[in-house]
Design a protein around this ligand. Sequence first.
Ligand SMILES: O=C(O)CCc1cccc(O)c1O
Ligand SMILES: [Fe+2]
Length: 315
Amino acid sequence: MITAAVGLSHSPLIGKNDPAPDVLAAVDAAVDEARAFVRAFDPELVVLYAPDHYNGFFYKEMPPFCLATEANAVGDFGSAAGPLSVDTEAARAIARDVLDHGVDLTISARMTVDHGFVQPLEVLFGGIDRVPVVPVFVNGVATPLGPVSRIRALGTAIGEAAAELDRRVLFLGSGGLSHDPPVPVLDGAPPRVADALIEGHPPTPEQRLRGEQRVIQAGRDYAAGSTAMIPINPEWDNLVLDTLAGGRLEDVDGWSVEWMGAEGGGSAHEVRTWIAAFASLAATGKYRMTSRFYRAIPEWIAGFAVATATQEATR
Ligand SMILES: O=C(O)CCc1cccc(O)c1O
Ligand SMILES: [Fe+2]
């Protein structure tokens, strides 16, 4: 089995609130490189780690992570809606193996996903139905969050399980790095907001549009220097990337939830998807980061990074 990993930041503001042309061109070049990397690797299966933004998972029951054997996208922010091409058989096999390894995985037989899952599939593969995928939700917004060591354990167990499949597997992490978008918080929320976060009533089209407009406005404010949100933190983002590039994954076990939030903002916990993806790759052997791009892009509310990595032995 041959494995590879890609980490890719997402933002629903891409194309809606773009940075200066030179920044956009640099991002496009980095994403093109990742696309070429994926095309050359030609994965037979993609294990996709992504967060949710209160479109699929709610406080009525909020697992720390969850593997899907089927998944449907809601189509938020104009992203694709409908079924993902989930490899149900591979998903079930991986789930069984992960549970056997002692990681308490939640299973969804029909997961609802949002732009966190959809955007990397659209960007790298041109759609949500192009490649067999095993979607794995990793909670990155809904506190309380458990220790990062458990995310590394999840990634390791999934990597070991994927190694049994005898296929070319790409581990893909979606999100991060430092950013502080206006995602609602249950703690102290007014009753109507709390009820929505707990129950997950599907929003009306008008409610969805209003929520999306709020995020777009927040991007404009962030770019204009608003201090209402925790700023993008390039030093911390590069520490995260250095850790992954150096293969020092054990380091993340010492990263506290509080430290990550203080350094990187409320949605910095989305880097858990990167940690899971690189832990999966590490579980299949020594790896090497083959490309790495980073830029702070307040217009997108994103410490925006793209990185690719392969097993050392394959190159
Ligand atoms: O849907 C939402 O509420 C948040 C949207 C959002 C905005 C900026 C960066 C992100 O990573 C992100 O997910
Ligand atoms: Fe996000």
